[in-house]
Design a binder for this molecule. Sequence first.
Ligand SMILES: Cc1cc2nc3c(=O)[nH]c(=O)nc-3n(C[C@H](O)[C@H](O)[C@H](O)COP(=O)(O)O)c2cc1C
Length: 186
Amino acid sequence: MAKRLLVGISGASGAPLALGVLNTLRAAGVETHVVLTRGGSLTLRQECGIDTLEGLADVLYDNRDIGACPASGSFRTDGMLVVPCSMKTAAGIVSGYSDNLLLRAADVTLKEGRKLVLAPRETPFSPIHLRNLYELSRMGVSIVPPMLTYYQRPDSVEEMTHHMVGKLLDQFGIDTPGFCRWEGMA
Ligand SMILES: Cc1cc2nc3c(=O)[nH]c(=O)nc-3n(C[C@H](O)[C@H](O)[C@H](O)COP(=O)(O)O)c2cc1C
C-alpha cells in the first residue's frame, strides 16, 4: 500500500518548506492529507504569493472540520509532519488542547503511537517555547527545526530549502531527489 502522510501547515515562517515537502511527496507517490491553519494561509500568501494548495495535496481539509477523517485513529496513516510549526501549534500539541483539526490530528497521531515530526520555527526561542519543545521531544515527537546548513555549499535560498525538505522527509524514510548527503570532508 502507498504511504499516507498527514501534513499540517501552521502560521510560522517557512511556507516554502511546506510547498517543497508537498511537491516531493507527490513525486514520491505518497498520499497527502493536508490541514492548513488560518495562520498558515497568511504566511503562504506572504511568503509564496499563493492563496491555495489546490493541486498540491491529495486531500485538503478545512481546519475547522474537527469531524474529518484525520480526527480519528481509525483513519490509518504513516505519521504526521507539521511544517512549519508555529509556537502556538506546538503549545496546542503539548497540552492536548485540540480545538482545530490540525491539533486533533496531531493528538491522534500521538495517541496511536505513530510518528509525529515538527519543524518548529521562531527566533529567538523563549523559555516557554523551549520547555514545550523539550516536553514534546520527551513524548517521542521528533523536533526538526529548519536550521541553516552551509556544509553542502548552497548557492541559493531554494537550495537551502530543498536541503531542509530532505532532512524532514528522511524522518519518514522518504528519499528527496537531489538531497545532498554528507560524505565526509572534501
Ligand atoms: C507573516 C507571519 C509570520 C509569522 N511567523 C511566525 C513564526 O515564525 N513563528 C511563530 O511561532 N509564529 C509566527 N507567526 C504568528 C502565528 O501565525 C500566530 O501565532 C498564529 O496564531 C499561529 O496560529 P496557528 O498555529 O494556528 O497557525 C507569524 C505570523 C505572520 C502573519
